[in-house]
Design a protein around this ligand. Structure first.
Ligand code: ADE
Ligand code: ZN
Length: 328
């Protein structure tokens, strides 16, 4: 079915084969003997155990063409899954800290997004994420570096190690981004408590919550999310691999939909978590017993939750309805 993807870290789409190819192209040593050895290191116990290997993998990205190749590979996979619109996170601090210029990152990613529209009719936009384990001062410096290129990204997000780094740590920089007219999102309630979701909404004033699955521990918060139609970008295979839920069968996606929330399904870091978007749908549906009406709702939610202009959203929901009518 046609759908949007709203929670994908482009550095998390870097497949082991491409890590090895880029390491060779850029003459960078990596501490794994083979693609298989690297892939077998992908056994995570929590968010931090994943992030350590994810940042190490990104160290092979140096040239504009590297960023293009990474994004192009993801966009080709997304198009094959019938993703018709995608909003892609990138972590510039992971690259600028290694001496890679902001222009190198953004020019490569943006060119791949433009080509996706031409090649597959897939619209793709970029969201710059601040790393929350770093300081707010560092986030301000990153924003300054990116502002000359502001026509190349539409929004600002917040990611990396959640526990101990509450949203309010970034209150001032998000206020500045809001004044500048950027769309705002933040990871909250992946491993962190419902209080982090409240402060992402009330302090950072984000329009969407990334993950947000811990919200089911707070009935008042569920009411607020439903009332204000604040979307959650849920990532089931990520939650399974990072042990947010003991197994996929216990995932609360169905409960979030039952509570009337604008929940969506997304891949987060597909190269690390064992599946792109369709795989997230099929595995989650097989494990939890969700069915076709839920699939329709999740795809419709993905368009509602996106930052596409309203008239284009309507057209995409129309395409979705036409798709489902074929099965009536
Ligand atoms: N960066 C990449 N994937 C992430 C996730 N699932 N949570 C926080 N930061 C991330
Ligand atoms: Zn994420």
């Amino acid at each position: 079915m046609p759908k949007a993807e709203l929670h994908i870290h482009i550095e998390g789409s870097l497949e082991p084969e491409l890590i090895f190819a880029l390491a060779q192209r850029n003459q960078i040593a990596i501490p794994y003997a083979s693609v298989e050895a690297l892939r077998s290191a992908y056994a995570f116990t929590n968010l931090q155990s994943f992030l350590d290997i994810y940042y190490a993998g990104a160290s092979v990205l140096l040239q504009e063409q590297d960023f293009y190749d990474m994004a192009h590979a993801y966009l080709a996979r997304a198009a094959a899954d019938n993703v018709v619109h995608t909003e892609i996170f990138f972590d510039p601090q992971t690259h600028t800290a290694r001496g890679v210029a902001m222009e190198t990152v953004l020019h490569g990613l943006h060119r791949a997004c433009m080509d996706a529209q031409k090649m597959w009719g897939l619209s793709a936009v970029l969201i710059l994420c601040f790393l929350r384990h770093l300081s707010e001062e560092d986030a301000f410096a990153t924003l300054e570096q990116a502002l000359p290129l502001r026509d190349k990204f539409i929004g600002i997000g917040l990611d990396s190690s959640e526990l101990g780094h509450p949203p309010e740590k970034f209150a001032r920089v998000f206020a500045r981004c809001r004044a500048l007219g950027f769309r705002l999102v933040a990871h909250a309630g992946e491993e962190g408590p419902p209080a982090y979701i409240w402060s992402a909404l009330d302090v950072l004033k984000v329009e969407r919550i990334d993950h947000g699955v811990q919200s089911t521990h707070d009935p008042l918060l569920l009411q607020r999310l439903a009332r204000d139609r604040i979307p959650l970008t849920v990532c089931p295979l990520s939650n399974q691999k990072l042990r947010v839920f003991p197994d996929l069968a216990q995932h609360n996606l169905g409960a979030l939909l039952d509570a009337g929330l604008v929940a969506t399904v997304n891949s987060d870091d597909p190269a690390y978590f064992g599946g792109y978007l369709n795989e997230n749908f099929t595995q989650t549906f097989a494990a939890t017993g969700l069915g076709a009406p839920h699939a329709y709702q999740l795809a419709a939610n993905s368009f509602e939750a996106s930052f596409i202009p309203a008239e284009q959203k309507q057209a995409l929901v129309g395409r979705l309805q036409a798709y489902f009518l074929k099965f009536e």
